[in-house]
Every structure is written in structure tokens, then in C-alpha cells.
Design a protein around this ligand. Sequence first.
Ligand SMILES: [Zn+2]
Length: 132
Amino acid sequence: MSKEKDRLKIDYDRCLEQINNVENCVCEGCGGKLEPIKTVDNAGTPTYWVGCKHCSCFRSGIEKEYYKIARELVEDNVLKPYHSMSRADYSDTPEKLEYYYDSQTAGLSHIIRVIHQMLKEKFNDKEAKNEL
Ligand SMILES: [Zn+2]
């Protein structure tokens, strides 16, 4: 196998590892399946990045539960991380509306995961100190 193919195989395997390291890993934008997608890096070198073919985005992946909560909050217009994006500006076509939901959900999924991790640590600390 050539060095180029060796390196691409490593990149591909690294993507699979990234996906498999997250329990019930889904696309943080649309909830779709993630997979290694062949692309080129900023230097123009062929490589693989984790991505979602459903919403055509490179993603890092997130546990499905965080995605589901984020999507519900975005669809119900309760929370949105990107305030400069207004749903009304994306409502003229189904594709634009989907882009709006996917973008907002992707951002919020990660925020919810961070908050959940912080709360778990706080509660674990309090439990350890018998403060609950
Ligand atoms: Zn997606």
C-alpha cells in the first residue's frame, strides 16, 4: 500500500473512532448518521473528516439524547444559540427552514452537553460531600 493510501486509511479509521467514541452518535444538526467523508484539508491534501451526508455538513457528532433535546427546544422556539438568525428569514423554502433548524440545533446540542456535564460534576461533588 502506498504512503498516501496508508495515511488515508489512518484518517478514515480516526473518523470511525471519533464516531464510535460517542455513545449513540448522531449528527448534531439533523440527527442523521455520521460517517467518514473524503475531502481535502486546507493544504489541499486528500483526507477524511466526519460528516453527515443528509445535511451536507462536517460535524463532530453528539449523543442522540442531546440532539433530541436541542431539536425540541429549537423547534419550539424556546432556545436558539445563533440570535442573528431569525426563523422568519429562513421560512420561505423547506430547504432554508431545514438549514435554520439544523444550524441552531447543532450549536445548541453542544451547549446542552456542556451544561449537562457541568451539572453532573456539581451533583457528584455535592453527593460526595453529603450536601444533598
Ligand atoms: Zn446532519
